[in-house]
Design a protein. Structure first.
Length: 188
């Protein structure tokens, strides 16, 4: 799965090489711009359908995703599973539920996201579900770029691609990247 999907990322221009600043503030030589992959609706349906297949055995009433990157993933996973999809979005530096979305007590959720490095947005989304009395039964992402360092979310975790993408703190950028202008291509 990794090789075919990585080839699809490269074919659609969604796996970028250069000098990037991630949402976490870390720097990297590679960046997964899933929006470039998911802009192709046939590819989005196929890839997210594969992710949904990994999540299918989990008890789930609703799919939730963090905005912005996870919205298409969550919508397509929800469609494939035949479940409702809602999303959490940024407000005041964190994620919140808006737009009249409601989480009922004991409602079971899977969290769907495009890319995870440290898992911060996924954890915020899990926290929102739990704060509203919901239960998170699993997490599914297209790309796990944590190299096995993704936090334990307290539920099953599934990904279609697992990679160790080297990252660097701003004060320890390698010599080959020092003179390359840093780009922040992700959601803000």
């Amino acid at each position: 799965m990794n090789d075919d999907l990585l080839a699809l990322f490269r074919q659609t221009g969604a796996l970028l090489d250069g000098h990037f600043v991630l949402r976490s503030g870390l720097h990297s030589r590679q960046f997964f711009q899933c929006a470039l992959l998911l802009q192709h609706t046939d590819i989005a349906a196929r890839v997210c359908g594969q992710l949904a297949d990994r999540l299918r055995d989990l008890e789930c009433d609703t799919v939730i995703s963090p905005a912005l990157g996870g919205i298409i993933v969550g919508q397509e996973v929800g469609r494939s599973l035949g479940k409702r999809h809602i999303f959490a979005e940024k407000e005041g530096g964190g994620l919140v539920l808006r737009r009249g979305f409601v989480i009922s007590p004991n409602e079971r959720f899977v969290v769907a996201e495009d890319v995870v490095t440290r898992g911060g947005r996924v954890q915020e989304t899990i926290d929102i579900v739990r704060q509203h009395g919901g239960i998170v039964t699993g997490v599914g992402v297209i790309v796990d770029r944590s190299g096995g360092r993704c936090p334990d979310f307290g539920c099953p975790f599934f990904s279609l691609i697992q990679m160790r993408v080297e990252t660097f703190p701003a004060e320890k950028i390698p010599a080959d990247l020092i003179d390359v202008p840093a780009v922040k291509p992700g959601s803000r």
